[in-house]
Ligand binder design. Structure first.
Ligand SMILES: [Zn+2]
Length: 350
């Protein structure tokens, strides 16, 4: 630990006194891992969490400079009772405020030193939106100034159907208006998990995202995982990127997230599929975020975090310099949050 501190101190000093040339990012010599994990769940689906400080230790060790602190939008609500002698037999999951309180308390108790953290409200139940504004107010009054983001919340997540989750309906989406207005006021991005479709019906749920964008064009919406999931391993890349491009062109407040190793496993690692995504990301990188999408629990070790980081960073090596700076070095993330901060320029070749 002590050595880590000294090393960090030294590297900051070198950065501080470095010349302009030394400060540029040399892609040939430096890692293509990203430095902003904008999609990281600090609270698990079920069971005890990894201690906050331990997870921050992982991030420091992996070279992560900024991270979003998510709870998780699907929680086994009986956990606490269950761990204290109650019943453990419920198969019902729900979004709850529990994670948001825990994360906010952890941030209050452990001010971060080396990793900049952005705290997110993960509680919204998009299928029952009437309570969202009141709950935003509760979190804001308990932890004033702490929360700057909302999500990841689930519009439709097929993996959760066995746990009682149902897709938001068009009526639900209409009823989002009050909290969407509050998000606009607060300039808070809303990160949504919304499956595109599945391998049997590739565009099945696309109309939901289209409805959200049509109804709320002035809200910043971050669409997670390019809409992909384990239920959709065979989306046709040309059609996929064409539809995404059309939406990105039509809705300037739409952002995309390329976190989760599902994208690596079925799309980015496939040499015949990858080029479509590289072209797409090069074109729209100023509205693309990335992250590991690790759901940390007490069982999550550093090697698991590192492997997710390597998988989700894999695509970065194929990006052009501009897209690399925007996505891997975090410039798009800084811009989205309105931070006056510049990622290093990419060193130009002699
Ligand atoms: Zn996630």
């Amino acid at each position: 630990m002590k050595r880590g501190w000294r090393w960090l101190g030294l590297s900051w000093a070198v950065l501080a006194i470095g010349t302009e040339a030394a400060q540029c990012f040399d892609r040939a010599a430096q890692s293509h891992r990203f430095v902003v994990d904008s999609h990281l769940h600090f609270q698990p689906f079920s069971g005890p969490a990894l201690p906050h400080e331990e997870l921050i230790g992982y991030l420091e060790r992996a070279g992560i400079q900024y991270a979003n602190v998510y709870g998780i939008g699907q929680t086994r609500i009986q956990d606490w009772g269950c761990f204290h002698g109650g019943r453990c037999d419920s198969d019902v999951i729900m979004p709850t405020m529990k994670n948001d309180f825990l994360n906010a308390k952890n941030l209050a108790d452990h001010p971060s030193r080396n990793v900049g953290l952005t705290l997110s409200m993960t509680f919204p139940d998009l299928q029952h939106p009437d309570t969202i504004v009141d709950r935003m107010d509760i979190l804001d009054s308990e932890f004033p100034g702490f929360f700057q983001w909302m999500g990841e919340a689930n519009v439709v997540k097929q993996a959760l159907f066995v746990w009682g989750h149902e897709p938001a309906t068009l009526e639900d989406i209409d009823a989002w208006a009050p909290f969407m207005a509050k998000l606009r006021e607060r300039q808070m991005p809303l990160a949504l998990h919304s499956d595109f479709g599945n391998d049997q019906d590739p565009l099945k749920y696309l109309p939901l995202m289209q409805a959200i964008l049509e109804r709320y064009p002035d809200n910043v919406v971050v669409w997670m995982h390019l809409g992909m999931s384990r239920e959709q391993r065979d989306m046709e890349p040309r059609q996929h990127t064409r539809i995404l491009s059309e939406l990105m062109d039509e809705y300037p407040n739409l952002w995309l997230d390329i976190s989760w190793n599902v994208l690596y496993d079925y799309y980015f690692s496939e040499p015949t599929r990858r080029p479509f995504y590289v072209d797409f990301l090069n074109q729209y990188s100023d509205r693309v975020l990335t992250g590991t999408d690790i759901v940390a629990s007490e069982h999550t070790g550093y090697s698991q975090y590192e492997r997710a980081l390597d998988d989700t960073s894999y695509i970065n090596q194929f990006l052009d310099d501009n897209a690399f700076r925007n996505i891997a070095l975090g410039q798009s993330y800084f811009n989205l949050l309105g931070w006056d901060k510049s990622a290093p320029a990419i060193c130009t070749k002699e």
